[in-house]
Design a protein around this ligand. Structure first.
Ligand code: CP3
Length: 343
């Protein structure tokens, strides 16, 4: 193998031996080793303890043989620095006790300070040291997806208050997006300084917006973020669910890799966007729950159509479901490596 990993090489469109693979949420409740730790610590206690961050982050590399690790954390973590109080509730998700709904709420937010979340960067340094040549992916939530929790006060299906702010108080919404964008840039810059070899920005819920609303109210902020991160010279991955209608706009952000969900055929995305962007995805996560044969059949369709494309990274279309069998994921990694060979 050449000096850089096949994951980084695929991000950059450079030749490599076989299709790289990692999974969103590859560290999580489907793992017996993770559940054992969670019987002693809450999710937030884990995410604030550098040695535990390292241990949880590297386990999928050891247990599954994936080509990259992803920082164990949550998209909400850096918001504490701005003065946003949240908790992570079991089987609910993030709940915010002081939702941000007015211009005055936004004006009260503090600027992000890296020292407030020093445990994240220390966790990344320990992780990078433990992994050696295997890259660790740093990440952040994107402004809209963060706003969808912070404005609603918790998980939502409609994003009603967030959209309402966007349409009826566009200056307020824009101020919130600017505040979060500045945080994302500072937070991710410090992650690279701490050893992250690539960055993924999770805009998980952005598919809820029309193309017009995305272009008008979100795209300028995403362009600012990607332009600000470009000088770091690491691959920049942009992911969302249900984004088929947004992909041409998302490709204009400056992201070098787009994460695609399972609804859209990757060859169609390639035809639509051309060959300058790496595509990452996109097995339906429920296929993993359905067992190895269902997972293999889906992987076959994805890999057969993309394995000669130097800009392809295998992943699921969203996170690993907690009902997944670890052995199925391990077999899937081996199958992709064996059947994804370029030559
Ligand atoms: O799998 C686990 O249970 C791990 C622990 C956990 C995480 N976040 C880790 C995480 C838990 C319980 C949460 C709370 C949380 N945060 C939820 C509910 C999860 C659940 O099923 O109960 C949600 C929806 C959030 C908000 C959130 N966090 C989003 C929208 C994202 C982006 C990814 C996505 O799923 O769309 C995150 C990132 C996140 N949370 C990661 C991890 C380990 C990201 C890194 C990765 O992909 O591994």
């Amino acid at each position: 193998m050449t000096s850089e990993s096949r994951f980084i090489r695929a991000c950059r469109g450079q030749a490599h031996d076989t299709v790289p693979v990692w999974f969103m949420r590859q560290a999580g409740r489907y793992q017996p080793s993770y559940r054992a730790l969670r019987s002693r610590y809450s999710m937030l206690e884990l995410a604030r303890a550098p040695e535990l961050i390292r241990d949880v982050t590297i386990r999928p590399v050891e247990e599954l043989g994936v080509d990259a690790a992803i920082l164990f954390s949550d998209i909400m973590i850096p918001l504490a620095s701005l003065g946003i109080d949240f908790d992570i509730q079991e089987n609910v998700g993030p709940v915010v006790s002081n939702p941000i709904r007015t211009r005055a709420d936004i004006d009260r937010l503090r600027p992000f300070r890296a020292e407030d979340v020093a445990y994240v960067f220390e966790g990344l340094r320990l992780t990078a040291a433990a992994l050696g040549a295997t890259p660790v992916i740093g990440f952040s939530g994107a402004p809209f997806t963060l706003a969808s929790y912070v404005v609603e006060g918790g998980p939502s299906r409609t994003y009603r208050r967030t959209k309402q702010m966007m349409w009826t108080e566009p200056d307020t919404f824009s101020a919130l997006m600017r505040s979060f964008s500045a945080m994302v840039v500072a937070y991710l810059t410090e992650q690279v300084a701490s050893g992250a070899a690539a960055l993924q920005i999770f805009d998980s819920w952005i598919g809820a917006l029309s193309m017009e609303d995305y272009s008008r109210s979100v795209l300028p902020h995403m362009r600012f973020i990607f332009e600000s991160l470009a000088p770091l010279n690491v691959p920049l991955i942009y992911f969302g669910v249900g984004t088929q209608h947004l992909l041409p706009e998302m490709a204009r952000t400056g992201a070098t890799v787009l994460g695609i969900d399972w609804r859209t055929r990757l060859t169609d995305v390639r035809a639509m966007l051309g060959s300058d962007v790496t595509l990452q995805g996109n097995l339906d996560p429920e296929r993993v729950v359905a067992g190895f044969e269902a997972a293999r059949a889906g992987a076959q369709e994805v890999v057969a159509s993309m394995r000669h494309d130097p800009r392809f990274i295998f992943n699921l279309g969203h996170g690993v479901p907690k009902e997944s069998e670890p052995a199925v994921l391990k077999q899937l990694v081996d199958w992709v490596h064996e059947h994804g060979r370029m030559a």
